[in-house]
Design a protein around this ligand. Structure first.
Ligand code: GDP
Length: 195
């Protein structure tokens, strides 16, 4: 590396996207006695391994807590955005909001919770003064690729509008945080970017 003592990776995403599961899969086995006590309020998860510090934040929490994770943007060397690829409703782009068969009822019932969508949260992240214009690599995990009716990574990328990102390297990768499939691919891309 560049002689850095520590690399900080921020893992962000809506609730239920799979952040905790994903971090648990990346965690060294001896540290898997997880969820002992989060040291920082509202920080979902945190661990260090081999000079890399991972921390996960739920960006769909109360807006008044936004400053809590935003203040970590400045020292982040890499950003990981986790999306539930089967959650078409909260992805954000009407063009890909094709309800899966039988899914219509769920769409109607979701009502007001639709307000927080992944695309909007990603946009807020990318236009933040501590992120915008910086070449911090952005890795998107199109997680839950095993779920029925999961969107393909290209569809998730279109839903999030990733093609508009010009100021930083980005990569999207299908993942299954439960089995670990896809995680190594994504993390090695990230490692190459940081090096
Ligand atoms: P978080 O709120 O973003 O931390 O999400 P969690 O890690 O708590 O995961 C939310 C739910 O999704 C849990 O029931 C997980 O077991 C499940 N889950 C997480 N990743 C995957 C995945 O890749 N595939 C499937 N099928 N379920 C997943």
């Amino acid at each position: 590396g560049r002689g850095r003592t520590e690399v900080t990776v921020l893992v962000l995403g809506l609730d239920n996207s799979g952040k905790s599961t994903l971090l648990d899969a990346l965690r060294p086995p001896e540290q898997r006695a997880r969820h002992l006590a989060p040291t920082v309020a509202l920080q979902q998860d945190h661990f260090q391994s081999g000079g890399v510090s991972f921390s996960a934040w739920d960006v769909s929490g109360a807006p008044r807590h936004r400053a809590l994770w935003e203040r970590h943007y400045r020292r982040a060397h890499a950003l990981v955005f986790v999306v539930d690829s089967s959650d078409r409703l909260r992805l954000g782009n009407a063009a890909v909001l094709v309800p899966p068969p039988g899914g219509l009822v769920r769409y109607i019932m979701c009502g007001v919770r639709c307000a927080v969508v992944a695309r909007e949260e990603l946009e807020l992240l990318l236009c933040h003064p501590d992120v915008c214009g910086r070449r911090v690599p952005l890795l998107v995990f199109a997680n839950k690729c095993d779920a029925p009716h999961a969107l393909a990574p290209a569809q998730v990328a279109a839903g999030l509008g990733l093609e508009r990102i010009a100021d930083k390297p980005w990569h999207i990768c299908a993942s299954n945080a439960l089995s670990g499939a896809g995680l190594t691919d994504g993390i090695s891309w990230l490692a190459r970017q940081i090096r």
